[in-house]
Design a binder for this molecule. Structure first.
Ligand SMILES: [Ca+2]
Length: 97
């Protein structure tokens, strides 16, 4: 894929403590089923991208198409265990805002 700007990078891990399979996202994606990663994410890291943008955040949504609630994360955030939120093994879409 080709991108004009990459303000942030999100790593989504299958297991807690950044283990298991990982996928890397640099833009919105409405349906993680396309990656075989629906309802699987258990830990997350967020980084600045090569074209950082002040105030950039990423919403990790419970359902596809940015529905059903989310948590918001920003560059520098590391969530080692999503079981501490209500979103472990539920995330289905990713939105950069
Ligand atoms: Ca879901």
């Amino acid at each position: 894929m080709k991108y004009d700007k990459i303000p942030g990078v999100v790593e989504l891990y299958e297991h807690i403590n950044f283990e298991g399979q990982v996928i890397v996202m640099v833009a919105n994606h409405p349906d993680l089923r396309a990656y075989g990663f629906n309802d699987k994410v258990s830990s997350v890291k967020v980084f600045k991208g090569p074209t950082p943008q002040a105030g950039m955040k990423v919403r990790l949504h419970r359902d596809i198409n940015y529905q059903a609630g989310y948590i918001e994360v920003k560059p520098g955030d590391e969530i080692a265990d999503l079981r501490n939120s209500s979103l472990n093994d539920t995330i289905s879409s990713i939105e950069f805002i």
